[in-house]
Design a protein around this ligand. Structure first.
Ligand code: BGC
Length: 447
C-alpha cells in the first residue's frame, strides 16, 4: 500500500533568475546571470532571463496554479540583487516587499514556503570583487542571510542556504558553462571551500535568530562503474568524490575525499582544522536534488576527473542526456542515511526535460514521459520511507517551464506548460497526475 505520511510536504521548486523576469525592476542590482546571459555566445539562441516566466508580475496567478494542483509547499529562491542590489550595504525595500507579498499569498493558500537563499545568481558587484573566490564571501553571505531571516523568518519555516554547490563550482569555475564562466583547475578547490564556509556562516547566524529549520541543498548523483576493471572502478570513485562527497563529507564532519588532491594537482589546498569545525555545524535537514545516476568509465580525455558516462542499453534518456533511473533515488536516500546519519531529508528537486508538444492543443499538453517519470520517482521515494528514511517532502522540478540556464528556453521541465510568446500557462498531464497523487496521499500510484 502506498500512503505518504499525513504531514508530508508536496511541492514544486523554482529559482529566481529562471522564472521571475524583470531582473532590474524596482531598484534591483545586476546579477552575474544577467551579465552572463547578455554576453554573446553564452546562452543557446541568445536567450536571457529578461522576461522568463514573467513571474515577477504574474506571481499571484502562479500561486493559484499551485493551489489548484493541491500543493502544500513551494520552494523558491530569493534574488540577492533585489534585496541588496550591490550584494552588501544598502537595502532595497521594494525587493523585500516583493518576497513579502509572495510569502503572505502562499500562506493565505496554506502553501508552506521553503526559501533558498542562493540559487546561483550572485550580485555582479560581488563578482567584481572576486565572487566565490573572495575569502570575505562567508561574511557577505551571512549578512545577506540575516537580512532575509529578519524579514521573513516569522513566516518561513524552511530555509535552504545554497543550491547545489557542485554545479555552482563545476559549471561556474571549472568548465565555465555557467556564470561567471571561468575555466580553471586552481579556482574550484577555493570556491568549494568558500561555499561550504558561507553555508556554515549562514546557519550560525540562523541559530541566533531563526525559529524554523535550515539545511543545504546538494545534488547527488549515484555512480556505477561500467566494468569492474581497475581503471573504471577508480574513475567511478573519482567522479563520486568530485561530485558528491566533496561537499557532503565535510558537511558531516569528514575531511575532503583524498582523491580530490589527485584531481586538482597543484591547485589542491590544505585548510585549517578550525574551518572544518565550522563547516560541520549541524543542519536541521538535507535537501537532496536527484536527477540521474551515472554509469562511468575511465576516459583520459574527460577533464578534470577523467571519467565519462557510458550509455546504458535500453535506458530512457532525457533531453539533457540524463538516464532515467528511479531506483537510484531510493538508493541515494538510503546511502545518505547510512553514510551521514539519520537526518530529516527533503527531495528538493526531481524532474526531467522531455520534448513536450510546443503548444497546448484543445487546452491540453500531454507529456506521457514526464507522467511516467513522476510516478516512478514518487514510488521510489515511498520505497525509501518504507525502508526507514526520514523523508519529509517532495518538490518537483519544476512548477513551470523556465529559463534552463545555458540551454535557454530549449529544455522544458515544468508540470505547467508556459507559452513564452503569450505567457499562457497550461497544466500538463504530469501536473494533473501530480494533483491526483497529492489528493490521494500517494494511493494513485498504486494503479
Ligand atoms: C538546478 C536547476 C536546474 C535543474 C535542471 C538543477 O541542477 O538546481 O536550477 O534548472 O537542475 O537542470
Amino acid at each position: 500500500m502506498i500512503r505518504f505520511p499525513k504531514d508530508f510536504l508536496w511541492g514544486a521548486a523554482t529559482s529566481s533568475y529562471q522564472i521571475e523576469g524583470s531582473p532590474l525592476a524596482d531598484g534591483a542590482g545586476v546579477g552575474t546571470w544577467h551579465r552572463f546571459s547578455h554576453t554573446p555566445g553564452r546562452i543557446l539562441n541568445g536567450d536571457t532571463g529578461d522576461v522568463a516566466c514573467d513571474h515577477y508580475r504574474r506571481w499571484a496567478e502562479d500561486i493559484e496554479l499551485m493551489a489548484d494542483l493541491g500543493m502544500s509547499a513551494y520552494r523558491f529562491g530569493l534574488a540577492w540583487t533585489r534585496i541588496l542590489p550591490r550584494g552588501t550595504g544598502r537595502l532595497n525595500p521594494k525587493g523585500l516587499d516583493f518576497y513579502s507579498r509572495l510569502i503572505d499569498a502562499l500562506l493565505a493558500r496554506n502553501i508552506r514556503p521553503m526559501v533558498t537563499l542562493y540559487h546561483w545568481d550572485l550580485p555582479a558587484a560581488l563578482d567584481d570583487r572576486g565572487g566565490w573566490l573572495n575569502p570575505d564571501m562567508p561574511n557577505w553571505f551571512a549578512d545577506f542571510a540575516q537580512v532575509a531571516f529578519e524579514a521573513f523568518d516569522d513566516r518561513v519555516p524552511l530555509w535552504c542556504t545554497i543550491n547545489e554547490p557542485w554545479v555552482i563550482n563545476d559549471g561556474g569555475y571549472a568548465i565555465g558553462c555557467n556564470a561567471p564562466g571561468h575555466h580553471s583547475l586552481f579556482e574550484p578547490p577555493i570556491v568549494a571551500h568558500h561555499l561550504l564556509l558561507s553555508h556554515a556562516a549562514a546557519v550560525e547566524r540562523y541559530r541566533g535568530i531563526g525559529k524554523g529549520a535550515i539545511g543545504i541543498v546538494t545534488d547527488i548523483e549515484p555512480k556505477d562503474a561500467a566494468t569492474q576493471s581497475e581503471e573504471d572502478v577508480a574513475a567511478t570513485e573519482r567522479d563520486d568524490a568530485y561530485k558528491n562527497r566533496q561537499y557532503l563529507d565535510p558537511l558531516f564532519g569528514r575531511p575532503y575525499p583524498a582523491s580530490l588532491a589527485k584531481i586538482f594537482g597543484d591547485g589542491w589546498r590544505e585548510w585549517p582544522a578550525s574551518d572544518f569545525e565550522k563547516i560541520r555545524t549541524p543542519i536541521d535537514f538535507l535537501g537532496v536534488n536527484y536527477y540521474q545516476r551515472r554509469v562511468v568509465h575511465h576516459d583520459p580525455a574527460a577533464w578534470p576527473t577523467f571519467a565519462s558516462p557510458t550509455p546504458v542499453p535500453d535506458a530512457i534518456y532525457t533531453q539533457t542526456g540524463w538516464e532515467v533511473h528511479a531506483a537510484s533515488l531510493t538508493r541515494t536516500l538510503l546511502w545518505v542515511k547510512e553514510r551521514y546519519g539519520d537526518l530529516p531529508m527533503y527531495i528538493t528537486e526531481n524532474g526531467a526535460a522531455f520534448p513536450d508538444p510546443p503548444a497546448a492543443v484543445d487546452g491540453r499538453v500531454d507529456d506521457p514521459l514526464r507522467v511516467r517519470f513522476l510516478r516512478d520517482h514518487l514510488r521510489a521515494a515511498h520505497d525509501a520511507i518504507a525502508q526507514g528514511v526520514d523523508l519529509r517532502g517532495y518538490f518537483a522540478w519544476s512548477l513551470l517551464d523556465n529559463f534552463e540556464w545555458a540551454s535557454g528556453f530549449s529544455k522544458r521541465f515544468g508540470l505547467v506548460h508556459v507559452d513564452f510568446a503569450t505567457q499562457k500557462r497550461t497544466v500538463k498531464s504530469s501536473g494533473a497526475t501530480y494533483r491526483q497523487i497529492i489528493a490521494s496521499r500517494g494511493a494513485a500510484l498504486e494503479a
